[in-house]
Design a protein around this ligand. Structure first.
Ligand code: PNS
Length: 166
């Protein structure tokens, strides 16, 4: 049987417990899952891609079939290069659906051999997004339990040393 390899793409700025939930579910469904972080020079990310990769590798240290990588350019080209047959995306609510449908159908048109599989996170994470985590944190709100501990620690370090190397 050929290996079932899935790619879970995104910005992950930062990685939330909603992402972790999807990745762990995916790691049970597929032989290997690659968390693929988009290198996007146009956006001004909160964490550099190197910081995000390092953090995610720490979070999934004990999960040998979860890999963390970066990509730029077209996602489907990356998937093709890696030999992945599945793109995993999380669906939290109806509001995610339209954008996700567009992406899935465009990706299918570009590369019909890759199938997008949508996974629902645990209901505790259905309202969670990286954007909200950053906003709540920046305004002094509590984010414990919303992101992995290493991410929270890095957010706090960044707050203490903005612009400093992590
Ligand atoms: O979870 P996010 O941050 O919204 O992820 C969006 C992502 C990275 C999956 C999407 O922007 C993407 O695939 N970008 C790569 C460029 C690409 O392939 N664009 C065409 C998508 S149909």
């Amino acid at each position: 049987m050929p290996e079932r390899l899935a790619v879970y793409p995104g910005s992950f700025d930062p990685l939330t417990n909603g992402h972790v939930d999807i990745i762990l579910r995916g790691s049970k469904l597929f032989d290997r899952i690659i968390v693929a972080m988009l290198v996007n020079a146009e956006k001004a990310p909160f964490f550099s891609v190197e910081e995000r990769v390092e953090t995610a590798r720490e979070v999934f240290r004990e999960h040998p079939n979860v890999e963390v990588d970066t990509f730029d350019g077209l996602l489907v080209e990356y998937a093709r290069r890696k030999g992945a047959s599945v793109i995993v995306r999380g669906l939290r609510a109806i509001s995610d659906f339209e954008y996700e449908l567009q992406m899935a159908l465009m990706n299918r048109r570009l590369y019909p051999d890759v199938e997008t599989v949508f996974m629902m996170p645990g209901e505790a994470y259905t309202y969670l997004s990286s954007r909200l985590v950053k906003e709540v944190f920046a305004l002094g709100g509590e984010i414990t339990g919303l992101v992995p501990e290493v991410v929270e620690a890095r957010l706090r370090r960044k707050q203490r040393h903005p612009g400093g190397s992590m």
